[in-house]
Design a protein around this ligand. Structure first.
Ligand code: C2E
Ligand code: MG
Ligand code: MG
Length: 736
């Protein structure tokens, strides 16, 4: 019911309004339309007589009709009003645009009256609540035309109005329906203003900022008025750089802008060409990629630097040297690669902990850096090795000077977490272009020189020599052949007797491995055991020697034991205990007849696992001897960490026995120490009667050395046991 009632009321209202408009006293319709029309249809001539006048009028009517036809096909609405604002002529589009008021348009009706009716009916939403004021403003615009303005209609359409005065005081008005344009503008506004991505519109020609969205204000920290004073630099270059693809483009290069707080930000820019308030402009959507760039830079830095010290790593050094080498070849200036290795850094880590170790490395890096010139390169190669590249070198002794300065800089004590830490270093030097044509070769040469420096005397430097390279090659050859020798089980223990110094009897034999080489004859263990240790072959070598020795010893008289040397590395494999156990079982040798010789290096780090293995071996019934006693760092402390069955005094002390009183004193104290601990003392390397005499006088229990016998093949053991050793006579002589 209600809608009906409403429509009834609306109808009534409409009729009333119509009546009002139509009943208003009107001027008689002008015969020849209005003067405006006259102007429009350009009738300029005077009519002389009625006939002429009528013809003219007919002519004018015709023109009027044509004009109407013409303006009806225009896409814009057109209206002609006379000087008092009365409708003279309007086209179809005009009536269409104001479809709600079209019924009011009539020749001679005043625009202000149709407006008033329209306002009353609510056709102009902008007038709501201020009807009179709105009408006044509207009429003002009508009579002071020139400015375009927009008008909203109740159905949401937006009409652009442009009005001009005609010569005769009338008005010609243009109406364009810009609803769609407005909607587009509106959606642009929405997309622009409400977008979380900072956006800027700037003039295409001078880069002036024309508009910014809230996100840009928030991101940059400038106010809108600050922005208006700014220009976007580099827009021209951006314009020229890449073509606009369909009005859009993404800047390949990155941009940098300054925020209000002074921060520099990196941006990726997506842009679109547009017209902004009639100016050719560019809309820039700004993606802040500062963090990403920073992360990328960090990743790139990490890839080429050492995380602990921040120094370049091997990869970066390779790149740097790669650039320097061609120059070295062209010019007379040489280049030195120094590889600096810290001496016993592992010891610092083990005793003071890794935190102190790390701090030490950082301090070392700092000292090294401050010793170098700006143009010298410094890198950390691995845990305790650094590389220094000295360029512009005229003479090798300049490298010597630097090496000495570096060694000196390193050697001062470091105070770390309350600990005074002292660390030495050794340096290997290789010269370019002589010692290697590329980075890897140079570094390898310097590395070899470093190994040489370390073995010669720690705390020094050594130059690379071609002989080192040859040595490295021969080492490699040994490795290959040793693998083959292990495969073919050609390694053999030789046996050197251990003699009881009290009665001259052989108590046992030490198994000393020999490698019968088809070309080189018998190779000494001193030559190939270190290679076996470096290459992981030592476990296989050790197991083969142990098996042979146990099997051989099982055939000897029951009171004769066998001593087998173990490398520290065999303890790392984890299966040493089972290897020994299995070997004893398979050979049938009673455990008490097996002695295992270890060296002090095994106890260097007092690893609980090593000590556990030693105890377990001893629990099997096997005896454990400390070999080469006196050559380690703190021999006495090792004696405390494990209850050895035997101590073998290193041959260097025995060698000095005759000439050196200190050596005698040392031997004497070791012997009394052994007596105190209830440990057998064996002297190694007994070569002379005098030495033997001395050792016996001091009460040494056992001797081993060339004086008694060299190590002999297993086949000769029975003979040695039967005939006694070469020194038997001497012993008996002394006992007698
Ligand atoms: P080591 O265990 O201290 O063995 C004693 C070394 O001194 C042997 O050298 C021996 O021939 C030598 N020697 C004995 N008496 C005298 C002497 O009166 N004067 C001199 N100048 N030397 C004497 P070799 O056989 O060359 O062995 C050297 C080292 O190789 C051994 O020292 C031992 O540490 C190691 N080694 C030998 N065989 C093995 C093995 O099967 N396994 C392991 N891991 N190491 C072994
Ligand atoms: Mg030994
Ligand atoms: Mg020894």
């Amino acid at each position: 019911m209600k809608p009906k009632a409403r429509s009834g009321r609306t109808k009534k209202r409409k009729h009333a309004a119509l009546a009002r408009v139509k009943n208003r006293p009107r001027k008689p319709a002008p015969k020849l339309s209005s003067s405006g029309l006259r102007a429009a249809i350009e009738i300029g001539e005077l009519v002389r007589n009625r006939a002429e006048a009528e013809a003219a009028i007919a002519q004018a009517r015709k023109s009027h009709e044509r004009l109407r036809e013409a303006i009806d096909i225009l896409p814009q609405g057109i209206v002609f009003l006379d000087s008092e604002g009365r409708y003279l002529l309007w086209n179809k589009k005009y009536a269409e645009i104001y479809n709600k008021s079209a019924d009011l348009f009539e020749h001679g009706v005043r625009l202000q009256d149709t407006l008033r009716v329209g306002v009353e009916r609510g056709d102009y939403p902008e007038a709501n609540g201020r009807e009179e004021a709105w009408i006044t403003e509207r009429l003002q615009k009508l009579y002071e035309p020139g400015e375009r303005h927009e008008q909203k209609l109740s159905d949401g359409r937006v009409i652009l109005i442009e009005e001009r005065r005609t010569d005769d005081g009338g008005v010609v008005g243009l109406r364009v329906d810009i609803t769609e344009l407005k909607q587009r503008e509106e959606s642009f506004r929405l997309l622009f203003d409400g977008n979380p991505v900072p956006m800027i519109v700037c003039a295409r020609d001078d880069g002036r900022i024309l508009g910014v969205n809230d996100a840009a204000v928030a991101h940059y920290g400038y106010s809108r008025s600050d922005f208006e004073r700014l220009t976007i630099q580099g827009l021209q270059a951006f314009d020229a750089e890449t073509p606009w693809a369909g009005g859009d483009k993404h800047a390949a290069r990155s941009w940098r802008h300054v925020k209000a707080n002074g921060d520099l930000i990196d941006l990726a820019i997506y842009s679109r060409e547009l017209v902004y308030g009639e100016r050719p402009a560019v809309l820039l959507a700004l993606m802040d990629v500062t963090e990403r760039k920073r992360a990328e830079a960090r990743v790139a830095f990490m890839a080429e630097h050492d995380g602990l010290t921040g120094l370049p790593n091997r990869a970066l050094l390779r790149r740097q040297i790669g650039k320097m080498l061609p120059h070295t070849r062209r010019s007379k200036d040489g280049l030195a690669v120094l590889v600096l290795g810290l001496d016993n850094f592992k010891g610092v880590n083990d005793t003071l902990g890794h935190a102190v170790g790390d701090k030490l490395l950082r301090s070392v890096a700092k000292r090294l850096r401050s010793t170098l010139r700006e143009e010298d390169k410094l890198a950390r190669l691995n845990s305790d090795e650094f590389a220094i590249v000295q360029s512009g070198l005229r003479r090798p002794d300049e490298a010597v000077g630097l090496a000495n300065r570096l060694l000196e800089a390193i050697s001062d004590p470091y105070l770390i977490d309350g600990n005074s830490v002292v660390i030495g270093a050794s340096i290997g030097i290789a010269m370019a272009p002589g010692d290697g044509e590329d980075f890897e070769k140079l570094l390898k040469s310097a590395d070899m020189a470093l190994s040489r420096a370390k073995t010669d005397a720690r705390g020094t430097f050594s130059f690379f020599e071609a002989a080192m390279d040859a040595r490295a090659h021969s080492r490699r050859k040994i490795e290959v052949e040793l693998r083959e020798a292990i495969q073919n089980e050609v390694l053999r223990p030789y046996y050197q007797p251990l003699v009881d110094l009290a009665d001259g009897r052989i108590t046992g034999f030490e198994a000393l491995v020999r490698w019968p080489h088809p070309e080189r004859g018998m190779i000494s263990p001193a030559e190939f055991i270190p290679v076996a240790e470096d290459t992981g072959l030592i476990s296989a070598v050790g197991a083969q020697v142990l098996r042979r020795a146990c099997m051989d010893a099982a055939t000897w008289p029951d009171h004769v034991s066998v001593a087998v040397n173990l490398s520290s590395l065999q303890f790392r494999s984890g299966n040493l205990l089972s290897v020994v156990n299995d070997t004893l079982r398979q050979s049938g040798l009673p455990p008490r007849r097996l002695e295992l010789e270890i060296t002090e290096t095994l106890l260097l780090d007092k690893s609980p696992q090593v000590l556990a293995t030693l105890h377990a071996l001893r629990a099997l019934g096997v005896r454990i001897s400390m070999d080469d006693f006196g050559t380690g760092y703190s021999s006495l402390s090792y004696l405390r960490s494990f209850p050895f069955d035997k101590i073998k005094i290193d041959q260097s002390f025995v060698r000095d026995l005759g000439a050196n009183r200190e050596a005698q004193a040392i031997i004497r104290s070791i012997i009394s120490l052994g007596q105190g601990l209830g440990v057998t003392i064996t002297a190694e390397g007994v070569e002379t009667e005098a030495e033997l005499h001395c050792l016996r006088a001091e009460g040494c229990h056992e001797g081993q050395g060339f004086l008694f016998s060299k190590a002999r093949p297993g086949s000769e053991v029975a003979g040695l046991l039967g005939a006694g050793t070469d020194a038997d006579k001497a012993v008996w002589t002394m006992v007698a």
